[in-house]
Design a protein around this ligand. Structure first.
Ligand code: 5RP
Ligand code: FE2
Length: 237
């Protein structure tokens, strides 16, 4: 059983004011922070690395720490990197809660999931638009989340690929209790499509960080997702 989770992608934030920007979206209802890590090799762009995530963790409490005096959030790290195995230990140490690797970036996804879990993080696997979703069937029972990319990874602000919704539908039918994330080009105008297909974790960069009222966008997305889950009999807080 699953519920709506909105994960603003900090790629669309003002990096000069990153801590304040993150506090603002958390106070506006964001559950997770989606942190895009790009190495300039797996994708043709670079974003940020461990020092930034580590600094952010110092001003954002752990999602499961009831004593945290700071705004709290789950750190959802989307690793758009070659050789993701190399970064598991570092990201666990600096306070990443979930490590999402790309299926296309590793030779041994089963061993990688084990390694991520051994380091105390949740494990997720992502597929690029050109990768068929059936590569995830065997892995899914050991995953905490599957990510269906709705843009080519590498840049924020791209157009949502509605054609990816068949992958989401397929996964939701096979794995009713799995967190299924969609990432790229999502906003109020298309979140219902993703929700109807069965996505419950919505990444939203531009549409949240550049909104006049982020709480309105986040609230709209949660209502759309929870409504669709209720219709399917899958909603659970
Ligand atoms: O992984 C990503 C790009 O590779 C980003 O998470 C994604 O693009 C989100 O940004 P936006 O909502 O602006 O499209
Ligand atoms: Fe992402």
């Amino acid at each position: 059983m699953v519920h709506a989770i909105v994960a603003p992608s900090i790629l669309a934030s003002d990096f000069a004011n990153l801590g304040c920007e993150c506090h603002n979206v958390i106070n506006s209802g964001a559950d997770w922070l989606h942190i895009d890590i790009m190495d300039g090799h797996f994708v043709p762009n670079m974003s940020l690395g461990q020092p930034v995530v580590e600094s952010l963790r110092k001003v954002i409490g752990k999602y499961n720490d009831p004593d945290a005096k700071l705004p709290r959030a789950f750190f959802d790290c989307h690793m758009m990197v070659s050789e993701p195995e190399k970064w598991v230990e570092d990201f666990a140490r600096i306070g990443c809660d979930q490590f999402t690797f790309h299926y296309e970036a590793t030779k041994d996804p089963v061993a990688l999931v084990e390694l991520i879990k051994k380091h105390g993080m949740k494990a997720a696997c992502s597929v690029k638009p050109g990768t068929p979703v059936d590569v995830l069937y065997d892995l899914a029972p050991s995953l905490d989340m599957a990510l269906v990319m709705t843009v080519e990874p590498g840049f924020g602000g791209q157009k949502f690929m509605a054609g990816m919704m068949s992958k989401v539908k397929d996964l939701r039918t096979r794995f009713p209790n799995l967190n299924i994330q969609v990432d790229g080009g999502l906003g109020k105008q298309n979140v219902e499509l993703a929700a109807e297909a069965g996505a419950n974790v919505i990444v939203a960069g531009t549409s949240v960080f550049r909104a006049e009222d982020p709480s309105d966008v986040i609230g709209f997305m949660k209502t759309a997702v929870n409504g669709a889950l209720e219709t399917k009999g899958l909603y659970h807080e």
